[in-house]
Design a protein around this ligand. Structure first.
Ligand SMILES: Nc1nc2c(ncn2[C@@H]2O[C@H](COP(=O)(O)OP(=O)(O)OP(=O)(O)O)[C@@H](O)[C@H]2O)c(=O)[nH]1
Ligand SMILES: [Mg+2]
Length: 434
């Protein structure tokens, strides 16, 4: 069984912050010591890291829930709780993270070692030491730790390769990639040998010692007519070449049917117009087993039917014997070097909306639910409420203080709130005090 997976969903949760402590100094000759409750530690973040050594999302298919470590509670003698460890998760380069509900892009991890905090850990609660002031010498409360962020996402893989090889089954795509790169895919004389995409790194110094350049090639399962309707292995794998700069279109000389070229292009077009617009380098493969006449005829037919193409643009190769591969590699190299992104897709990709889990401290929103119930929404006030022990009087006083300071009380009054009305902040109730 293959362990390839290029689409799945998963859920990430940051660690909870530790609770702040309520504690007072107890020293031999100090009758009433001051507060010495330490802060809780922060919860760990869940961090995704793009890693070029991985090419599957299988780990997120088999396991669905990932959680970072909680922060430890604060202690006596102003002991701060330890921060929870971050959870580092490796994903393949080319992983796109999308919101599970809206399917909007959150981040596109297309560079090796790119990191992204997908779920932030909760803040540690402040210990009672923090709340000491000249008028409030002995605070009897501390903050609870904040809950870690929770997010459910779709993960989708679009492999990142400079060159994507396309062609009918058995055209010799896998043979070629195994000859020119470090990839070692399965090769056989039956169609659909390749069931999952393979990536290979072409090291140009193997072709010319002076060259210090390498590029990535993707070999995808063969395409057939009707692929866009799900025939064969379907066109699902085509998205793995959607980021390629250049397509290498491999044709099989032994089939001696130049219509293959048009059939494949038709499938590309039906899948995605942008894919069909990509520059293609054509290579006729298996030249070792056909005669010169077959090759000449094939070339002539293509030249007469494909617009803007000349004989020099068509490579004649043998993936088995190595014929013509040197020239092909250098042409691919030139094409990569001279590649200029021109279409809209590339622009759109570079301005992907990035999900940033930070708090908007001042903003809030109030809705009147009925004549004596109001709902207050806002990052900071909700965070504060979540970190407050509702049974602790002093803690609640602090919430009232913030309602006033942030202007929420004033706004509630404007909206007609009266003493005793119920206010919900992040599903937690508090009684209105004008
Ligand atoms: N004589 C000859 N045979 C070749 C050449 N390239 C590939 N073959 C043979 O063609 C058959 C198919 O090769 P693969 O590399 O598996 O073809 P593929 O395009 O990857 O096929 P799928 O994975 O099924 O899409 C194998 O038997 C290869 O040995 C070549 O240049 N010359
Ligand atoms: Mg193959």
């Amino acid at each position: 069984m293959s362990n390839f997976c290029d689409k799945t969903w998963t859920e990430f949760t940051g660690g909870n912050g530790g609770n702040g402590a309520v504690s007072f100094r107890r020293e031999k000759y100090v009758a009433k010591g001051g507060p010495d409750g330490g802060n809780g530690g922060n919860g760990g973040n869940v961090i995704l890291i793009a890693d070029e050594n991985i090419n599957t999302l299988i780990d997120f298919h088999t396991k669905k829930f990932f959680r970072a470590k909680d922060g430890a509670n604060g202690g006596r003698k102003n002991m701060t709780g330890a921060n929870g460890d971050d959870l580092l998760l490796k994903v393949p380069v080319g992983t796109i993270v999308k919101n599970f509900e809206t399917n909007e892009n959150i981040v596109d991890l297309k560079n090796n070692n790119q990191e992204f905090i997908i779920a932030k850990g909760g803040k540690g609660g402040l210990g009672n030491t923090h709340f000491k002031s000249s008028i409030h010498q002995a605070p009897q409360f501390a903050e609870n730790g904040e809950q870690g962020q929770n997010i459910k996402v779709n993960l989708e893989l679009e492999l990142v390769a400079e060159i994507g090889i396309i062609g009918f089954p058995s055209a010799g795509k896998s043979t070629l990639i195994s000859k020119i790169s470090n990839a070692r895919p399965k090769i056989a004389d039956y169609p659909f040998t390749t069931l999952i995409p393979n990536l290979g790194v072409v090291d140009m110094s193997a072709f010319d010692k002076k060259m210090n350049f390498s590029f990535v090639v993707a070999d995808i399962p063969g395409l057939i007519e009707g692929a866009h309707e799900g025939k064969g292995l379907g066109h699902d794998f085509l998205r793995h070449v959607s980021r390629a700069k250049i397509l290498l279109h491999l044709l099989d000389l032994t089939r001696n049917d130049h219509d293959d070229y048009f059939k494949i292009n038709k499938e590309l077009k039906l899948h995605n117009e942008e894919l069909a617009q990509k520059r293609q380098i054509i290579a006729l493969n298996k030249a070792d087993v056909v005669d010169d006449e077959t090759i000449t005829n094939y070339k002539n037919k293509l030249c007469s039917e494909v617009p803007n193409i000349s004989e020099a643009d068509i490579h004649v190769i043998s993936a088995v014997t190595g014929l013509g591969l040197n020239k092909l590699i250098f042409d691919l190299y030139d094409a990569i070097i001279n590649f200029k992104p021109s279409n809209k897709k590339t622009q759109k990709n570079s301005e992907i909306h990035v999900f940033q889990p930070h708090l908007n401290k001042k903003k809030f929103e109030i809705k009147k639910q009925n004549h004596n119930t109001f709902i207050v929404k806002g990052d900071r006030i909700e965070q504060l409420m979540n970190m407050t022990d509702l049974n602790n009087e002093e803690g609640m006083e602090r919430v009232y203080h913030f309602l006033n300071k942030m202007g929420i009380k004033k706004e509630l009054k404007n909206m007609g709130a009266k003493a005793g009305d119920q206010i919900f902040i992040s599903t937690k109730p508090i009684i209105f005090r004008p």
